[in-house]
Write a protein of this length. Structure first.
Length: 322
């Protein structure tokens, strides 16, 4: 076995071990955070109908009298078997509750990721190919301004101007009850713009450095001196050198989308996992909160792992080091 293959196998085992350990640690933190939410779940469920006797019965039904480690172990084992439990509010399967919101969020995130990729690569190429020029400075100032504005402010401006004042697009992103967001694609436009402005600008600032470094490489300079057009220099010589670090940066956009989607979904009343999470926290519906939180945490962790793997594959020194 060559040194490269040996290092790749060792690295894969290490990343898989780190992934499992991180997910386990996150599950502990998540379960503890839900347990520490203020209020008595049984009291909140029964409301004005709560009596000492009914509270005791409900606490027993919900296993609230068991020690926290026992309840955590039971929840973790059920989750590993694919059983997410039932809502303590409606007795409905958690999987059934989060299925449609998860699909809605996945569609929003996918479209937003494509938009972020296009914006980031375009601005990075525009600013990085001619580093030090007025165009590069303009791109740098523009992207810095964009990343300094939170998503909820951008979303509020878009709702006020584009949605309410001009009436060009829906101010509220309501998904048809029997359809998906793609049934009314116009409802995705403003949420996607809100996410892609910040995410695209942030990605462009990071990728721009990779493009600028690639633009200073000898073979790129030689191509320019040979009289090739900027478009041919970009496609044939610059992009192949800038793609590996760019892919790594774009992989880091996955955690951004998970956090940003919660804010944007709430502002636009988009029925995704973020909106569902906020609603269930208000109801203190622990099984649903834990399931959504674990899905989001797993998505973030996998995003970081993908970024690390891409960085490893893009680095010949790390693959062949003994």
């Amino acid at each position: 076995m060559t040194a490269g293959l040996h290092n790749a196998a060792r690295y894969a085992i290490w990343r898989l071990t780190a992934l499992v350990a991180t997910l386990l640690a996150v599950s502990v933190i998540l379960f503890a955070a839900v347990e520490w939410l203020p209020g008595d779940p049984a009291q909140q469920i029964l409301g004005i109908n709560a009596t000492p006797e009914r509270l005791d019965v409900l606490r027993e039904q919900l296993n609230l009298n068991d020690p926290v480690p026992v309840r955590y172990g039971r929840w973790l084992w059920s989750t590993l078997q694919g059983d997410l439990g039932e809502s303590v509010r409606t007795n409905q399967s958690v999987a059934a509750i989060i299925a449609r919101p998860a699909l809605n969020t996945a569609m929003l995130a996918l479209v937003a990721f494509v938009a972020i990729t296009v914006v980031a690569l375009f601005l990075a190429a525009l600013g990085g190919m001619r580093d030090g020029t007025k165009t590069s400075t303009l791109v740098s100032v523009t992207t810095l301004s964009a990343v300094s504005v939170p998503e909820f402010i951008i979303a509020g401006i878009l709702i006020s101007v584009v949605g309410l004042e001009l009436g060009w697009l829906p101010a509220v992103s309501l998904v048809p009850s029997e359809g998906t967001p793609l049934s009314r694609p116009e409802i995705l436009v403003l949420p996607v713009i809100s996410l892609s402005i910040v995410g695209g600008a942030y990605g462009a600032r990071l990728i721009r450095a990779a493009v600028a470094d690639a633009a200073r490489m000898p073979h790129v300079q030689a191509a320019r001196l040979a009289g090739l057009t900027e478009s041919r220099v970009l496609i044939r010589h610059l992009l192949p050198s800038a793609i590996p670090p760019s892919v790594q940066v774009l992989a880091f956009m996955v955690p951004f989308l998970v956090g940003g989607a919660v804010v944007v979904e709430r502002i636009f009343a988009f029925p995704g996992l973020g909106s569902q999470l906020v609603d269930r926290i208000a109801l203190r519906d622990a099984p649903v909160i834990e399931a959504i939180g674990l899905i989001q945490a797993a998505t973030v962790i996998v995003g970081f792992q993908v970024a690390d793997v891409v960085g490893f594959l893009a680095s010949p020194e790390r693959r062949t080091a003994r």
